[in-house]
Design a protein around this ligand. Structure first.
Ligand SMILES: Cc1cc2nc3c(=O)[nH]c(=O)nc-3n(C[C@H](O)[C@H](O)[C@H](O)COP(=O)(O)OP(=O)(O)OC[C@H]3O[C@@H](n4cnc5c(N)ncnc54)[C@H](O)[C@@H]3O)c2cc1C
Length: 371
């Protein structure tokens, strides 16, 4: 098969790139390993709503419907993505897992195991959350209860009445702990190190908009000011076992760690519905012992320990772009990443910007080489 542009992945990033390429009149194919578009959003836990506002989370050229709430629930995100694919006539080739990309002459050969596609440009949109991270926790094999990664958590129904340990307080761990607390399975949350927590809104203004508005302020000043404001909004959480890291919020974002956007977890911690414990020293047959010396018994352990991208599996190191979006060295050779830079202002917003910029770069380079 031949295509001008191969887009790998049919999540929000691949769809956004597809829509931009369609509008630019370019010939392209989208390869998706699953058998549906946006599989991640179809399978995320049920309680999930976007943490970012809908006006700053839509994909290029199609806002979320007006009657959607400010923080769009998961199933409406899925409906939006389905409508988006329909509107821009995006028909991915499903069941195609890219296994290898090779540079040939002035383009690429993309290998899926079933097919080899030759293309002038390749856009990798396989997601920063492609693979669940399962850390090597001390003596976890001793634990005889149920163990699952947050990627396999759907809702709290099957945990009612149980004692559950949630490991990790990123956005997912914080929200799953809240889900459990609200559904009769008051959890224990193991928080290994310092974290920044921000409310979803400050005085009615979405935190994402505040982050965008405060960007002209020097980072060091932002990082000094925010903790003061956040203490006023959420209270000092040290007595509940949650401390801030030494790095400021923006410094951490630069290092790839976004803050936890609170959707009610802090209140549940304060009310005692969620108990916070420190890092795990080791697991036992029925529970765990923490570095504080305390021990607790559990029925289930949920590992909310994050995800990582997996494009290294099929993209040789020599071809890898040095950044997401338009990166001078790789773009020159027609290879792009979209969706791998997660700024404090939201990944979906960044995906939109990158999709538009990458398409413009492809169009510009083609017209230059044609002229
Ligand atoms: C729980 C959760 C909540 C989030 N909430 C927000 C939010 O509120 N606001 C926000 O801005 N961002 C949010 N994000 C971050 C981000 O917007 C989402 O992860 C989004 O789905 C990223 O889109 P993507 O297309 O880059 O990746 P994905 O949605 O992961 O899509 C990647 C696609 O590539 C396919 N694929 C992977 N490898 C291959 C291969 N080798 N060959 C072919 N296909 C392949 C996958 O099957 C998948 O369909 C959230 C993320 C998570 C996990």
């Amino acid at each position: 098969m031949n295509a001008s542009v191969v887009v790998i992945g049919a999540g929000p990033a691949g769809l956004a790139v597809g829509a931009c390429l369609r509008r630019a009149g370019l010939d392209f194919v989208i390869l998706e390993k699953a058998h549906e578009i946006a599989p991640a959003w179809r399978h995320h836990y049920r309680r999930l709503h976007l943490h970012t506002v809908k006006s700053l989370s839509s994909l290029p050229y199609m806002p979320f419907p007006e009657d959607y709430p400010r923080y769009v629930p998961r199933e409406k995100v899925v409906a939006y993505l389905d409508a988006y694919a329909e509107r821009f006539e995006l028909r991915p080739c499903f069941g195609e897992t890219v296994k290898d990309i090779r540079r040939v002459d002035d383009g690429y050969l993309v290998e899926t195991g079933r097919d080899t596609i030759s293309a002038h440009q390749v856009v990798i949109a396989t997601g920063s959350n492609a693979e669940p991270v399962v850390p090597n926790l001390p003596e976890i094999e001793d634990f005889k209860g149920r163990r699952l990664h947050s990627a396999d958590y759907t809702d709290a129904a099957s945990f009612a009445g149980q004692s559950v340990l949630v490991v990790g307080m990123g956005n997912t761990g914080a929200e799953i702990a809240l889900d459990l607390a609200e559904c009769g399975a008051p959890p224990t949350l193991s928080v290994r190190k310092g974290i920044h927590i921000v409310p979803r809104q400050l005085l009615g203004v979405p935190i994402q908009m505040i982050a965008i508005a405060s960007r002209p302020i020097p980072q060091a000043m932002n990082d000094r000011l925010f903790p003061i404001i956040l203490d006023l909004a959420l209270g000092n959480l040290e007595k509940y076992g949650i401390v801030r890291p030494n790095q400021g919020i923006l410094e951490q974002v630069d290092a790839g760690r976004i803050p936890v956007i609170d959707v009610g977890t802090v209140a549940a911690i304060k009310s005692g519905d969620i108990k916070v414990v420190p890092d795990i020293m080791r697991f036992t047959e029925r529970g765990a012992i923490f570095v504080s010396g305390s021990s607790v018994e559990f029925d289930t352990v949920i590992l909310a320990t994050g995800y990582r991208p997996d494009f290294k599996k099929f993209l040789p190191a020599a071809l890898r772009p040095d950044k997401s979006g338009v990166s001078s060295r790789a773009s020159e050779l027609g290879l792009y990443l979209v969706g791998f830079h997660n700024p404090v202002t939201g990944l979906l917003r960044e995906i939109s910007r990158e999709a538009v910029a990458v398409t413009a770069d492809i169009v510009r380079r083609r017209s230059t080489s044609a002229g």
